[in-house]
Design a protein around this ligand. Sequence first.
Ligand SMILES: Nc1ncnc2c1ncn2[C@@H]1O[C@H](COP(=O)(O)OP(=O)(O)OP(=O)(O)O)[C@@H](O)[C@H]1O
Ligand SMILES: Nc1nc2c(c(=O)[nH]1)N[C@H]1C(S)=C(S)[C@@H](COP(=O)(O)O)O[C@H]1N2
Length: 196
Amino acid sequence: MSDEITIGLVSISDRASDGTYEDQGIPALKDWLARALTSPWRAETRLIPDERPMIERTLVDLVDTVGCSLILTTGGTGPAVRDVTPEATLAVGEKEMPGFGEEMRRISLNFVPTAILSRQVAVIRGKSLIVNLPGQPKSIRETLEGLRAADGSVAHVGIFAAIPYCIDLIGGPYVETDEAVIKAFRPKNAIRPKQG
Ligand SMILES: Nc1ncnc2c1ncn2[C@@H]1O[C@H](COP(=O)(O)OP(=O)(O)OP(=O)(O)O)[C@@H](O)[C@H]1O
Ligand SMILES: Nc1nc2c(c(=O)[nH]1)N[C@H]1C(S)=C(S)[C@@H](COP(=O)(O)O)O[C@H]1N2
């Protein structure tokens, strides 16, 4: 299998998709991944409104046809009537991975008390991990990377730390990260020696 990972980036926003404002979700996701990943990757992007059937079709297409090993969504996880990203994600998933949502809410509470309003979920579908992130563009970095203390030490580990090993376990490419951004945790026997 090629070592390049295909990552689906899905921005779910009524107003960004109809042009009311410019989408900042996909650029924020791309920028963060460009800083964090040291192994080869490519992005497959989609900007769609908060419509449950369209979210489900997009996720199914990205997993079953495009072959993404990881999909990150942003937006639509709050309590408002049109926020249906978690329902769509659960509908296409085969296994729920509750740790991601629990940990994102814990991380986000360091930034905003309204983090408890976020209903993000993560699931496995086939050989793909699908993770919902909140819609605020700045929350993308906050949840993926976590929180550092003033002296630069890690105060709260970001959720991306667990993603490379999860992808190993579902049969995807070996993903490596820049430890200055986020250290990928793997059990010792799962770590591949560095090339060269
Ligand atoms: N793709 C985006 N680009 C820029 N800002 C966004 C985007 N998505 C969300 N935001 C900002 O984050 C806030 C919370 O995101 P949320 O997903 O709840 O959006 P919303 O209020 O349902 O509206 P919409 O779906 O029209 O973006 C939004 O009100 C907006 O200020
Ligand atoms: N890290 C972080 N998490 C956050 C926020 C934020 O600004 N930063 N905003 C919260 C707010 S105001 C809401 S309503 C929920 C749901 O967001 P969504 O509907 O944009 O997905 O995420 C929350 N999580």
